[in-house]
Design a protein around this ligand. Structure first.
Ligand code: 1GP
Length: 243
């Protein structure tokens, strides 16, 4: 089954993904975190970040693969984050912003490398939503996030992404967001498009994951919180599994 089929098949089951930012971990921590998330019933492991300052993406994925057989999906902050070690790539176009580099520029640079790597490509409309404070993603993308009470802007943006042929939209408060994406916004977006909706940023507890699933999100992404509390990850996983 392709990674996209897994995400799309949410009628049977929601998808739980964790984000491992290689910059945040030593090699031994990557082994430990991967073992923990694997045992917690995660479906996908995303790897990447808005800014990677250590050149060890390949090495990190090789280590992750030794500790888990879950699919590894690139979550790239730039064209430099492409490697054949992964299974798939969320090809993110920042449709909430108006920065041409993030909409298409980086993609032009990365396209031949993605093709040569033979990665499964999942064209994803990436929408940054104001999470209550500036994040690395909002700063690096040089684009304003959508205000978190402007559901109509989020809905129209997601609809445009779907009409342009994107395979999924990702509503992200940014890593370390103070507030997760509002459930009402996720609900409104889900009611207006048919492609899968991914929600992430600032999710730290099972209740939030549960509410986002209830609102219609097909896939939940947890990053920062995975290293802090392994029990909590199991609880988040169980909450997502209950749908
Ligand atoms: C960031 O959505 C991901 O792009 C994960 O965010 O690190 O806040 O969980 P957190």
């Amino acid at each position: 089954m392709s990674v996209y089929d897994k995400i799309r098949n949410n009628k049977q089951q929601k998808v739980f993904a964790v984000l491992i930012d290689p910059d945040q971990y030593t090699d031994l921590q990557i082994d430990e975190v991967t073992r923990n998330v694997h045992e917690s019933g995660v479906d996908l492991i995303l790897v990447g970040g808005s800014l990677l300052i250590r050149d060890r993406l390949d090495q990190a994925i090789v280590r992750i693969r030794k500790a888990s057989d879950k699919p590894v999906v690139l979550f790239p902050g730039s064209a430099m984050q492409v490697t054949a070690e992964a299974d798939a790539i969320l090809l993110l176009s920042l449709i909430s912003g108006r920065n041409p580099e993030m909409l298409i520029g980086q993609h032009v640079i990365a396209a031949p490398y993605i093709k040569a790597a033979g990665l499964e490509v999942i064209s994803t409309g990436y929408m940054l939503i104001d999470g209550g404070r500036p994040t690395t993603a909002s700063y690096m993308s040089n684009a304003s996030p959508i205000p978190n009470d402007k559901n109509d802007i989020a809905v129209c943006t997601a609809m445009a992404g779907e009409m342009l042929g994107m395979q999924a939209v990702y509503l992200d408060g940014g890593s370390g967001a103070r507030h997760p994406v509002p459930t009402g916004m996720v609900r409104d977006v889900c009611n207006n498009i048919k492609i899968p909706v991914i929600a992430g940023g600032g999710i730290k507890d099972p209740e939030t994951a549960s509410k986002l699933c209830q609102a219609g999100a097909d896939m939940i992404v947890v990053g920062n919180a995975i290293e802090k509390d392994h029990h909590m990850i199991r609880e988040v996983s169980a909450a997502i599994r209950s749908f």
